[in-house]
Design a binder for this molecule. Structure first.
Ligand SMILES: [Zn+2]
Length: 340
């Protein structure tokens, strides 16, 4: 098969790779219908995370089950499936509590790399969710978004206790931030402040439900959120970047008693204890348990109640994955969909 490998920062290649095979009796092999480049793939691409060896890339996937292992019971060949970036058994105590990304059997779902024609998915019964029948082709981008960025934005909103009557601020205007806006809207937020500096993203945020845009960042961004909330700060803040600046912007934009849901993968973030102590802000976040939300999200997408696939503003054949990374790195694209 063809698959994407990162050799070094900036060096993405699509090359011949071994066809994935069933290795554990709980595995499935899927034929990818679509895959994509994640904002988190840009960390090693930019050299912020080390690339110690050639690494097969990709952890977002939808496709048709080709083959299953002998212990797989509920997932069947021919089904169209969506899954999360971490595999989970979906039966342990932590999974049942809704924290599938901390499953006691957690592992990477697609160790063979999902930016490829085929992928081996671990713990298939727990990890994968089948759609009711084959989806209409125009729904595939939205289902692909559910496998990570939508589920992650959704968890950010849930962790930030978004709900009816609440004012929500979203720090970060990448795909996760934009879909956190969509999630906040679905969860009934009254006012949604999107913090965005990039024009194409400023256009998409209101389509997903943002009521206000703040273009300033850092302390100035915090001051604008305070101005918009009677000096108090937002009830709920979703952090979708993962830097020191964005995390502090999120915490300082929340009112005392407010909640921050942080879903940007943290890179060198250190929190000041004394400021946190006096802030009265709740913090909850981490790798999103996307699996928990998949059945609900697949339903909303199938009903055409939401259209998260709009975050894909560039579609390329898999062979042009390198250009897909470059376009996102240079902010010419919000998110690149790759057609295997
Ligand atoms: Zn589990």
């Amino acid at each position: 098969m063809r698959g994407t490998v990162l050799y070094a920062p900036g060096d993405v290649r699509v090359e011949d790779r071994p066809d994935p095979r069933i290795e554990q009796p709980t595995d499935a092999v899927i034929h990818l219908a679509a895959t994509c480049v994640c904002g988190s793939d840009l960390w090693p691409y930019r050299g912020i995370e080390p690339v110690n060896q050639p690494t097969p890339m990709g952890h977002e996937y939808v496709g048709i089950v080709e083959e299953v292992g002998s212990e797989v019971r509920t997932i069947k060949p021919g089904q169209f499936v969506v899954g999360s970036f971490f595999a989970s058994d979906n039966t342990c105590e932590l999974c049942r509590a809704g924290y599938q990304t901390s499953c006691v059997h957690r592992e990477f779902a697609a160790a063979t790399g999902a930016q490829a024609q085929y992928a081996r998915i671990a713990l298939a019964d727990g990890t994968l969710v089948a759609t009711p029948g084959l989806p209409d082709p125009d729904l595939i981008p939205s289902l692909l978004a559910a496998s990570d960025v939508l589920g992650t934005g959704w968890f950010g909103a849930v962790a930030a206790e978004v709900g009816p009557g609440k004012t929500v601020a979203v720090v970060g205007d990448g795909a996760v931030g934009l879909l956190a806006v969509l999630a906040a809207r679905q969860l009934g937020a009254e006012r949604i402040i999107a913090m965005s500096r990039h024009e194409p993203r400023q256009k998409l945020a209101p389509e997903f439900g943002a009521t206000d845009l703040v273009t300033e960042r850092g302390d100035e961004g915090v001051a604008r959120v305070k101005e918009l909330t009677g000096g108090l700060g937002a009830h709920s803040v979703i952090e979708a970047v993962g830097t020191q600046e964005s995390m502090m912007q999120a915490i300082r934009s929340a009112r005392p008693g407010g909640h921050v849901g942080y879903v940007g993968v943290a890179h060198d973030v250190a929190l000041p204890g004394e400021e946190l102590f006096f802030s009265h802000v709740h913090l909850h976040g981490g790798p999103a348990p996307v699996r928990q939300y998949l059945p609900e999200l697949i339903g909303l997408i199938g009903d055409r109640a939401i259209d998260p696939g709009k975050v894909f503003d560039l579609t390329l054949p898999l062979e042009q994955a390198a250009e897909g990374y470059k376009a996102m790195d240079e902010r010419r694209a919000i998110k690149t969909l790759l057609q295997p």
